[in-house]
Design a protein around this ligand. Structure first.
Ligand code: PEP
Ligand code: MG
Length: 754
């Protein structure tokens, strides 16, 4: 066989005739297995189709005809069931050696050794399996597998139109009544709305081309239109120039103009497919490959490609209607396997209340965009398609990691009143925006925000915070497909400073490694057994001198003529601070020697995240301008509890004597050395925790923007002297349930804890 294209073309030509014939469905399938067997010189060719939840042998060439409609396999059963269950291809030179192999005597298949099977896919689920077998033990060539996959695609249309599969049956028994699904909160928040599926299936009417050149022309013109759309989207006024989206859309553009992609579609057209079928074929192949990728960042990029592929398919088929294009008629919660950021941007923000994704990750582009839109997102929700039907009522609570499908009226009512309460609270907090963050007895508690994206800087104004206490510069590195060059970094930092105006920004130098792997720094944490304790943050940055130097220069240049606050993450010993500061000082000298404008003032700080550092504060504090406690890492190290492990999330409490006593020691040391101290981990964004921190002398918090209102309300309703006395007392007699005690005290004192 010369190529997959020729093999597939021969098969498709044959199939075309079969489809055009007036024969009934079974006769058509019988012809199909002969055509495929012939073209691939395969002794056996069989088609299994899904009926009543089982895969039934519908047609075969080479196996006993008596087995037709008799041999049946469940999902996951035998090789055929395995292919369907995993929606993946199997290519085996010795079928019986595969652990899933099941011998079916009625078929007479014992003579055949080699086996290759591909799923017949419809709406991303297997509705059947196409298999070939051979007496010789040989592996099928890649080109033959390609041809089988193309054929399976055409078959899926044929059998659907012939009514051979019950499409409703393939969706599985949708459960009736209320169901609660759980997932991973990607963007926090609460929402109620009607389920709407993002992806209306594009119905591919014809898969086999009449005129290959005409199909090619259709694809070219669709590519043109798609590129126009992407360019237009990049200029959308609403998201303005210089938004995070620019970066994302740049990735999109890269794919939209990708030669490899259009070449693969062209090849599929060469094999005889229509434009629609060719796009779908290439997309299916991408999807199958994606399943094997466990690099989440790469997988995110692949989703961008899939987003574009869907767009192309809709353009070429004229079926332009995504749920976004049809328009949302009411408050809606969007349901999708995954979404591209551009797809999400197309929805009417006034009616889009929430998003549920089967996939999704915290660093995915779509998550970033959703956050910018203020739409809660629950990701990694399993069983979406089996459970949710279009038009179902959904109650999404990303904070509680749940979505309630078809809630009972009483549940819905309770949820509505919770929503109303949240709305009221939000309005109340918004009213506090310009009020000072001062306790009842006149003590100031400075509230800053944590940020990492350019648009986050806008949250300073919206939340009434006093600056950015932690700017996670690594976000920029994480969302970028390649290492951001110095000039790009510099532009970015300057924009952040511009957005912050006269409010201070504390830039934390790159904190990657651990769970924040960079695709272009492949060796980071790949083989580490304990990445959180590994080669990460400042440790990595000091080794990767080029990286740190470029960032130092970019920050110094960006802050020309202004104040610059730099903070180093995960300092474990004082010399690391010295070394990091030296990188900046060397760059500063260089800029000075070139007569460049320098920052008007530079303050250097360290993060206290590694407990060991607390033992050498007498050495460290004289060197630094400020210290910030990162409670996320600090508590994971103090309790030896992985911060990313959900099983441990509830086990250790921030409101414990160990944490509070530890931080209090740091407070006392900083007071003695007159060094500014802040807390910038998640702990400070919770009202009760923030209250306890105030009780041990913390008066500067950097927290998530959404928490500023609630924490400010707490501060304004607290008497500092009282809480200090209370916490001191509690810490000297740590017998009680701390959380409960503090909570009781707060409500007795009329402290607003939200
Ligand atoms: C921390 O560890 O508390 C912190 C603020 O840094 P990050 O969460 O980015 O590790
Ligand atoms: Mg940290």
């Amino acid at each position: 066989m010369e190529s997959a294209a020729i093999a597939a073309r021969n098969i498709l030509t044959g199939l075309h005739e079969v489809m055009a014939s007036g024969n009934h469905a079974q006769a058509k399938l019988n012809q199909v297995v002969n055509i495929i067997g012939e073209a691939l010189s395969s002794e056996v060719c069989s088609i299994y189709l899904l009926r009543d939840g089982v895969l039934e042998l519908y047609a075969t060439r080479g196996l006993n005809q008596d087995a037709v409609h008799v041999t049946r396999l469940g999902f996951g059963e035998g090789l055929v069931g395995t292919i369907a269950e995993n929606v993946e291809t199997l290519n085996l030179d010795e079928a019986a050696a595969h652990p899933a192999f099941r011998y079916m005597p009625e078929t007479g298949e014992e003579r055949f050794h080699s086996f290759a099977g591909v799923p017949i896919v419809r709406s991303e689920r297997a509705v059947g399996v196409l298999a070939v077998q051979h007496a010789d033990p040989r592996k099928y060539a890649e080109v033959e597998i390609e041809a089988l996959q193309t054929t399976a695609m055409v078959l899926s249309e044929l059998i659907a139109y012939a009514g051979l599969i019950d499409e409703a049956g393939t969706i599985g028994s949708s459960q009736i009544g209320t169901v609660v699904l759980t997932g991973l909160p990607l963007v926090s928040g609460v929402a109620a709305g009607t389920a709407i599926f993002h992806q209306p299936n594009v119905r591919i009417e014809h898969t086999v081309a009449e005129d290959t050149e005409a199909e090619r022309a259709r694809v070219y013109s669709a590519f043109d239109k798609m590129r126009e759309q992407i360019d237009r989207m990049a200029n959308m006024a609403e998201f303005g120039a210089g938004g995070e989206h620019e970066e994302i859309l740049a990735t999109y553009k890269m794919f939209a103009y990708d030669e490899g992609w259009s070449r693969r579609i062209n090849e599929a057209i060469d094999s005889g497919l229509t434009a629609e079928a060719a796009i779908e074929r290439v997309q299916q192949r991408t999807r199958m490959r994606m399943r094997q990728i466990d690099d989440p960042l790469l997988a995110d990029r692949m989703h961008d490609l899939e987003d574009l592929s869907n767009r192309l398919l809709r353009i070429v088929s004229g079926q332009m209607s995504t749920a976004a294009q049809l328009g949302l008629k009411q408050d809606s919660i969007l349901v999708a396997r995954n979404l591209g950021p551009a797809e999400l941007l197309e929805y009417d923000k006034r009616r889009l209340r929430g998003v549920i994704l089967e996939e999704g990750s915290l660093t995915a582009h779509v998550t970033i965009v959703a956050r910018a839109m203020g739409v809660p997102v629950l990701g990694r929700v399993a069983g979406v398609r089996q459970t949710i039907l279009d038009g179902d009522m959904l109650l999404l609570n990303a904070d509680e990691k749940t979505v309630i499908v078809r809630p009972a009226a009483a549940v819905q009512q309770a949820f509505s009143s919770e929503l109303a309460d949240r709305q009221k609270k939000k309005a109340r907090y918004a009213a506090l925006r310009d009020e000072p963050s001062v306790t009842k007895d006149g003590k100031k508690v400075t509230l800053m925000i944590n940020a990492g994206l350019r648009d986050d800087a806008l949250a300073i104004g919206l939340s009434g915070a006093e600056g950015i206490g932690l700017f996670r510069t690594e976000f920029q590195f994480l969302i970028s497909a390649t290492l951001p060059q110095r000039e790009r970094q510099q532009r970015f930092y300057r924009e952040v400073l511009d957005a912050a105006g006269d409010k201070p920004v504390v830039f934390r130098t790159i904190d990657v490694g651990g769970d924040k792997a960079l695709p272009y720094l492949k060796h980071v944490s790949d083989e580490e057994e304990n990445p959180a304790l590994g080669w990460r943050a400042l440790r990595l940055a000091l080794d990767q001198e080029g990286l740190m130097k470029a960032q130092a220069r970019a920050l110094l240049e960006a802050a020309a003529g202004r104040n610059l606050n730099v903070m180093f993450p995960m300092v474990s010993e004082p010399w690391e601070f010295d070394a990091a500061k030296q990188v900046f000082e060397t760059q500063l000298e260089y800029l000075a020697s070139r007569k460049k404008q320098l920052p008007s003032r530079i303050r250097y700080g360290a993060m206290l995240e590694v407990p060991a550092l607390a033992e050498v504060l007498d050495v460290l504090l004289p060197k630094i301008d400020f210290l910030s406690i990162g409670t996320n890492d600090l508590t994971q190290f103090l309790f030896a509890a992985d911060r990313a492990d959900p099983r441990l999330a509830e086990r250790y409490d921030w409101l414990s004597p160990a944490i509070l006593r530890f931080i209090r020691r740091v407070v006392l040391a900083c007071r003695e050395h007159k060094v500014d101290l802040a807390v910038c981990g998640e702990m400070g964004g919770r009202t009760l925790e923030a209250l306890a921190l105030m009780g041990i002398g913390i008066d500067r918090l950097s927290i998530t923007p959404a928490a500023v209102g609630a924490v400010k309300a707490m501060v304004r309703s607290t008497n500092m002297a009282d809480v200090e006395g209370f916490i001191e007392e509690l810490l000297s007699n740590p017998t009680a349930n701390f959380r409960q005690e503090i909570s009781n005290w707060a409500s007795k004192q009329g402290v607003e804890i939200g």
